[in-house]
Design a protein around this ligand. Structure first.
Ligand code: HEC
Length: 722
């Protein structure tokens, strides 16, 4: 059955037509994780580091309605390996939200080693911390580079609450196959204790019925209440990192994307790694860490001898783990609905190739009574899935039995799509996470609606005089009339200032001024200027020693770093950069537009930035590190081909299989070129920095000296060069 479907799919890989129009409603979000739509149309968004936002989609107003204390990786400590994927992960609104103002959050508790599902109630538009009702705490590990927290929270049409929870396991030391390390002391490397354990809520999607004071177990979960060695909350088990979930409003089928392991090829220790999109029509076991993809089994590897042992039987998988506190023989494993590796997928070619991060979105039903239908009548019952890494939305047409009939790309070039919800009017609400892995300030929320020929207008605004703002540019592609309305954000509310091309801000303290341009058909564009910064970082001060005349290429320069409260000397990074007199200077080294495009197209920017470290090292750091190494280019090209680990930290870079050799050449040349004119010294609050040797640049420019430390605003100063 599965095979037949796969054959039909091989023929249908073209990009679908039906373009959608994207209206960006909110920008500047910081690692937004999940969005929920309220009955009044407002969006509620959670951010990884703990903020809860309400967004008014009609005015673009963004209101911080809560700050949940969470354990999360912070920008002040970017290289920490503690709790790397923790944070405020999921949100759902009570089905009766309009009346009871209750919402459910899933987050990493800072006070105990656990993920917590809590209910909060809004009071005067804000989350009332005193209203917290803790429903469930799931003990979790945070050291030894464990990953996979899941964290999606959704209500089904039946009022039941579903929560996805990851396997909380370190995936980096099991050769990209099953992390089932059974040796003593290897707790964090053993998913038999979590995803494969019927008595643990990790690596599961749970399903509960919230009550006034807690929750009840609904009928139909995987194990009847009272079954020894099981948890009654479990609806689906055998998940690795079930990231974003969605429930079909008609059939109640549960969908989720499952981020899979890294093995490039099959070997004696297991099949190659696949991501999955799964469908559960009823409670079940979806296999991890014993089975993957279309029920490809893993052998039970002995991590002491490195030898594969007994092969798993997908019809009756066994969990032999010493940390398994649940059943030995597990329910039969279900195959995935869609599965794909890093390389090309034979079964689902439309998925393309490259990095993977599967997510599942809503099911589309054609409904002429709705304002919008994002697909046609012939697409009735189409599952939308999306890919965080590949930046795409896919449409999987389902037949009457909910099997995949056809899979096509629906939309491309999105910036890490993180959540996708269907609004009441039939449009889609899309959350984009931002361009990096962490610490984004460019997350956004948009509305996707069918292209009815009316394009959204464009709008920019600018400060015109003290307390006065005006339209910079506003245009309607159809040449129609635009109305510009101004708003001020004031705490959790907004104030309408009026319409027109210029506006004066009254006395008071406001977070933001915003203008909304609307055309005669209601399409809109939003522009914003922040009026207040929040929580400024302490500054570093840089003092430079006197030199005899202007310093030139190759000279040494003495520096001292000061601050009101000094940072740890070990964290100090001082840099000197030569800026030619006529040279283009954009404030820092930059990739050429062509190289930047290549890096984005090849998903490099998910893990790298030019000048700040995220998952991988900054490109500038790479360039500086190898500036003296003759074979740098050949070495780095080989690293991209094979993947790398241990040079910059213990997070690995997967092999860049989809990268063409000529693009690899261009990218490495561009990266290494970033260090021209740059030098660096680290780890000392005062000392000397050697300026760049002559690299063929015109003399007589300037030296820019900078000092940085995590948690501090950097210091930057320029002096004339010889
Ligand atoms: C999934 C995350 C991820 C992606 C995608 C990724 N990298 Fe990396 N990259 C890393 C990590 C992590 C390291 C550090 C590895 C180490 O410590 O050895 C790294 C290291 C590097 C290095 C330095 C290697 C060394 O040995 O010093 C270069 C150059 C590099 N990446 C370039 C790229 C380019 C170009 C792309 C896109 C084609 C890319 N990376 C995509 C995560 C990633």
């Amino acid at each position: 059955m599965i095979r037949l479907t796969a054959l039909t799919l091989a023929m249908a890989s073209a990009v679908g037509a039906a373009p959608l129009v994207k209206e960006t409603l909110a920008t500047g979000l910081r690692d937004p994780m999940e969005v929920a739509i309220a009955p009044d149309g407002d969006f509620y968004v959670v951010e990884r580091e703990g903020r809860v936002l309400r967004i008014n989609p009609n005015t673009g107003g963004i209101f911080v309605i809560g700050q949940i204390a969470v354990e999360a990786l912070r920008s002040a400590d970017p290289k920490s390996n503690y709790a790397r994927e923790d944070g405020l992960l999921g949100i759902a609104l009570d089905p009766d939200f309009a009346k009871n103002q209750r919402l459910f959050l899933f987050y990493s508790a800072p006070d105990v080693l656990a993920c917590r599902l809590s209910r909060f109630t809004l009071k005067d538009g804000k989350i009332d911390p005193a209203s917290e009702l803790k429903l469930l705490e799931i003990p979790t590990e945070r050291t030894n580079r464990v990953c996979h927290l899941g964290g999606s929270v959704e209500f089904g049409p039946d009022g039941l609450l579903y929560v996805s929870i990851g396997d909380n396991t370190n995936p980096f030391e099991s050769a990209g196959v099953a992390p089932i390390d059974n040796r003593d002391g290897r707790t964090e490397w053993d998913a038999q204790r979590t995803a494969g354990n019927t008595n643990d809520l990790r690596g599961k999607i749970i399903r509960i019925k919230p009550t006034e004071t807690g929750y009840e177990i609904p009928p139909g979960n995987l194990f009847p209440k009272g079954t020894e060695g099981t948890r009654p909350e479990i609806y689906v088990m055998g998940c690795r990192n079930p990231f974003r979930i969605s429930i079909d409003p008609k059939t109640k089928s549960l969908y989720w994307g499952e981020v899979g392991p890294d093995a490039r090829d099959a070997g004696d220790k297991g099949p190659r790694g696949h991501d999955e999109v799964n469908q559960a029509k009823a409670a079940g076991n979806f296999g991890w860490p014993f089975v993957i993809a279309d029920n490809k089994p893993y052998p039970i590897v002995d991590f002491a001898t490195k030898k594969p042992g007994k092969m798993t039987d997908p019809a009756a998988p066994e969990n032999p783990g010493q940390r398994n506190t649940g059943l030995k023989t597990l329910p039969p494993a279900h195959p995935a609905l869609i599965w794909y590796p890093y390389g090309k997928s034979e079964e689902f070619p439309a998925m393309g190739e490259g990095g993977r991060n599967a997510m599942a979105g809503p099911v589309f039903y054609y409904d002429p009574s709705k304002k919008y239908n994002i697909l046609g009548k012939e697409d009735n019952r189409t599952l939308l899935t999306y890919e965080w890494m590949r930046g795409k939305i896919f449409k999987a047409k389902l037949d009457a039995q909910e099997k995949v009939e056809k899979l096509e790309v629906f939309m491309e070039k999105l910036v890490h799509p993180m959540d996708l919800e269907m609004d009441k009017d039939g449009s889609l609400v899309l959350l984009e996470y931002g361009s990096g892995w962490y610490f984004n300030v460019n997350g956004s929320v948009s509305r996707l609606r069918p292209d009815d020929g009316n394009k959204p207008p464009t709008l920019t605004i600018k400060p015109a005089a003290p307390n006065t703002y005006s339209v910079d540019k506003a245009a309607d592609p159809e040449g129609g009339k635009l109305t510009v309305t101004w708003y001020l954000t004031e705490g959790v509310t907004e104030r309408k200032l009026g319409t027109g091309s210029t506006v004066t801000v009254p006395e008071g303290s406001f977070e933001e001024i915003r203008a909304v341009a609307t055309d005669d058909k209601g399409a809109l564009a939003i522009a914003r200027i922040p009026l207040a910064g929040d929580g400024e970082l302490p500054s570093l001060v840089l003092e430079l020693g006197k030199t005899k005349g202007k310093p030139g290429f190759g000279d040494a320069l003495n520096y001292k770093v000061k601050a009101e409260r000094l940072p740890d000397a070990g964290q100090i990074k001082v840099r000197a950069r030569y800026i030619p007199p006529t040279g283009h200077d954009s404030g820092g080294p930059e990739l050429s537009p062509e190289a930047a495009k290549l890096a984005t197209a090849n998903q490099c920017m998910a893990c790298h930035q030019v000048d700040s470290g995220t998952v991988g090292p900054s490109y500038l750091d790479v360039a500086i590190r190898y500036s003296d190494r003759a074979d740098a280019s050949a070495y780095l090209k080989e690293t991209l081909k094979t993947g790398g680990v241990g040079v910059w930290g213990d997070v690995p870079m997967p092999a860049q299989v989809a990268l063409k050799p000529e693009d690899s050449d261009k990218l490495i040349a561009a990266i290494l070129g970033l260090s021209a004119g740059m030098t660096e010294t680290r780890g000392s609050l005062n000392g000397n920095i050697r300026l760049s040797p002559d690299f063929g640049a015109e003399p007589g420019g300037a030296w820019e000296i900078s000092a940085e430390a995590p948690g501090y605003a950097p210091a930057r100063t320029r002096i004339p060069a010889k």
